[in-house]
Design a protein around this ligand. Structure first.
Ligand code: DOR
Ligand code: ZN
Length: 364
């Protein structure tokens, strides 16, 4: 078992014992539906003030009515006193209607649109088969200031899976931004130095989210001593040089990079099988996980910007006014979290950092 709890004591002194921050937001999360929603939503709501909720349900969330109903189901899954605000997204398809999307945005139902290239990942079969073909929808979004959130990977099976993000940037994202210079774009869950450089060098209307897992693991984690499905997600973790570039970007203080967990729970039975699902469930310890990275990079003073300020400013939303406090206290992460009380083979959810001890704990 990896014990990270003594890390700072060796790294610097005097040791900071407590850290109070403006409450963070999660600008990319999968909350699922039904029993799984009930199991996972409280974890996100206990850490974050708001979250951009991914629409890749089955069927996907494509209409304002579906989004409003889903929003109600999310709120119903939370304790009555929760003040968490889910921010809903529209799932773009080849048939999306720009006027209807704009209406939902102007009425405050949608915070953004999500673009999944068709078949890029979980529940993306109904995604967009040609970005060029939805130019009229994107032109409307550009005009009304509606953010476009992009899963930035090509889907061509002939392109090496570790190259799919870089190829997407070159073949699709750069031309998209050239066609729509005013479009607000978030390149989601970036995994490469190519993405870091492209976003850093791009205009202010281009930003990126970074997950905790891509800051902690490189691709070796999936193959350490055997096949480790709990470290498989999409975009897949890359080489160490990419992880180091992501850590530098996240902790740089550059407001183009902000927090998005991409927490994507799947039950063990769906991960540990012949064709396991992509996704890492990091919601229960997300802010502690990010805090550890910032501490290791000696940049704890920059955590608040990344976690609680840059995303809200990009989306044009007010900052949260309440605070959270992290205390330096060893926090063992269970190997398995209960789900619906089920205990049989394949039940439960494996959290990111399972079996480790984190050095920070969020006060309730
Ligand atoms: O790993 C992932 N899981 N990446 C995605 O893009 C989707 C997500 C999911 O919904 O499970
Ligand atoms: Zn995601």
């Amino acid at each position: 078992m990896l014990d990270l709890s003594g890390w700072l004591d060796r790294a610097s002194s005097p040791t900071l014992q407590q850290l109070t921050l403006r409450r963070p937001d999660d600008w990319h999360v999968h909350l699922r539906d039904g029993a799984l929603l009930k199991a996972v939503a409280p974890a996100t709501a206990s850490q974050f003030g708001r979250a951009i909720v991914m629409p890749n349900l089955n069927p996907p969330i494509t209409t304002p009515a579906a989004a409003q109903a889903y929003r109600q189901r999310i709120l119903a899954a939370l304790p009555a006193e929760s003040r968490f605000q889910p921010l809903m997204t529209a799932y773009l398809t080849d048939a999306s209607d720009g006027a209807a999307i704009a209406r939902g945005f102007n009425e405050g139902v949608w915070a953004a649109c999500k673009l999944y290239p068709a078949n890029a990942t979980t529940n993306s079969a109904a995604g967009v088969s040609s970005i060029e073909a939805i130019t009229p929808v994107i032109a409307i979004m550009e005009r009304i200031g509606m953010p476009l959130l992009i899963h930035g990977e090509v889907t061509d099976a002939n392109i090496d899976i570790f190259d799919r993000e870089a190829v997407f940037i070159e073949n699709h994202l750069a031309p998209l931004l050239a066609r729509h210079p005013g479009l607000k774009v978030v390149l989601e869950h970036i995994t490469t130095i190519d993405a870091v450089e492209f976003v850093s060098g791009g205009p202010d209307n281009l930003a990126a989210t970074i997950t905790p897992h891509h800051l902690h693991i490189n691709r070796n984690a999936m193959f350490a001593g055997g096949l480790r499905p709990d470290f498989y997600c999409l975009p897949v973790a890359k080489r160490e040089l990419h992880r180091l570039a992501l850590r530098a970007a996240a902790t740089s203080g550059n407001p183009k990079f902000f927090l998005g967990t991409d927490s994507a729970p799947h039950q063990r039975s769906a991960k540990e099988t012949a064709c396991g699902c992509a996704g890492i469930f990091n919601a229960p310890y997300a802010i502690e996980s990010y805090a550890l990275v910032f501490e290791q990079e000696k940049a704890l003073e920059r955590l608040e910007g990344f976690a609680s300020e840059f995303g809200a400013r990009f989306y044009g939303l007010p900052l949260n006014s309440d605070k959270i406090t992290l205390v330096r206290e060893p926090q063992p992460v269970p190997k398995l979290l209960d789900f619906q009380g089920a205990t049989g083979d394949g039940a439960g959810l494996v959290p990111f950092h399972a079996g480790e001890t984190l050095p920070w704990r969020l006060l309730p």
